[in-house]
Write a protein that binds this ligand. Structure first.
Ligand SMILES: [Zn+2]
Length: 158
């Protein structure tokens, strides 16, 4: 779908139906209406909420912050506007891991990256150390992310 100030109601309805169908298949809670989608899309201001790139008059995708496969809900509060590149790179990664990846790759902390760090209790001073060094601390029992992250297999920069 292309980001514009006036979003086509028919396209919104089919996008909502596609997301609802995917959520149904994954037994994920939540249903989206075309209006909720429109509001969420316009709230983004036409930027990829992960990396901050402009999506005005460009193709965008909607990403479940916590993926459906990880128990995320199919609700507007769990949806963000994403550029196709970020959505592909994120895949099924935990949002905290992907937020750190974005921060390391771009040097930027978008509002979404900050929100994810706050949500998972990652202190700013420790973000890079945690994720850049293959994060042995992640396995410590007191880490809120312990057990939620797969072993890392990627490296920066790509
Ligand atoms: Zn992006």
């Amino acid at each position: 779908m292309i980001y514009q100030d006036l979003l086509d109601a028919g396209l919104l309805a089919s996008y909502a139906a596609a997301l609802n169908s995917r959520a149904g298949g994954a037994h994920a809670p939540g249903r989206l209406t075309a209006e909720e989608l429109r509001d969420r899309i316009l709230e983004s201001g036409g930027r990829c909420e992960w990396c901050g790139c402009s999506l005005v008059n460009a193709a965008f995708e909607l990403d479940h912050i916590l993926s459906l496969s990880r128990g995320g809900a199919n609700k507007a509060s769990n949806l963000v506007l994403s550029c196709p590149d970020c959505n592909r790179k994120k895949g099924q990664k935990h949002p905290a891991r992907f937020a750190a990846e974005i921060h390391l790759r771009t040097g930027r902390k978008t509002a979404l990256v900050m929100r994810v760090f706050e949500r998972y209790g990652i202190e700013p001073a420790r973000q890079n150390a945690l994720f850049a060094a293959e994060a042995p601390e992640l396995e410590k029992p007191n880490n809120p992310l312990s057990g939620q992250l797969e072993p890392t297999s990627y490296s920066w920069p790509e």
